[in-house]
Design a protein around this ligand. Sequence first.
Ligand SMILES: [Fe+2]
Length: 130
Amino acid sequence: MPQTNPFHSMVPRKLTDSELARAIRLDMEAELDAINLYAAHIDATDNEDAKAILRHVMDEEREHAALFWELIARLDPAQAEHIKVMSEKFRLIVSGASHEAVEAAGEGGERAAAAEPGLDKRLTVGSLRR
Ligand SMILES: [Fe+2]
C-alpha cells in the first residue's frame, strides 16, 4: 500500500516575485553545479559516446542557467539594473579603462566620459584582439 501523503508537494500559498527570485537563484545554482559535474565526468572518461551525451546535456544546462538568469532579471528589478550597469563596466574593464572610468559607469554617461576621455576612440576590433 502506498504511503505517500496525498498533500505531499502541496504549497500553502503562492510566492511573491521576490520570493520566487530567491527560489530561481537556487534553481540556477543547481544548473551551474550540474554543468561542473558533467564537465568533470567528461574529463574523467575516454568513452566517446558518454562524452557526447554529457556534452549535449551540459549544453542544455547552460541554456537552463541562461533562461533562469533572464527570469531573475525580470523578477528582481535591482538585479536587472546591476546587469545593465555591469555590461558597461565589463566592456570598460576588458578594454583597459581606468578604475575611475569603470567605477563611474552607471553613474551617468557624462561622468564616465570625463573619467576616461577618448576611450571610445581607442576601442576597435583590432585593439580588443590584442
Ligand atoms: Fe537543467
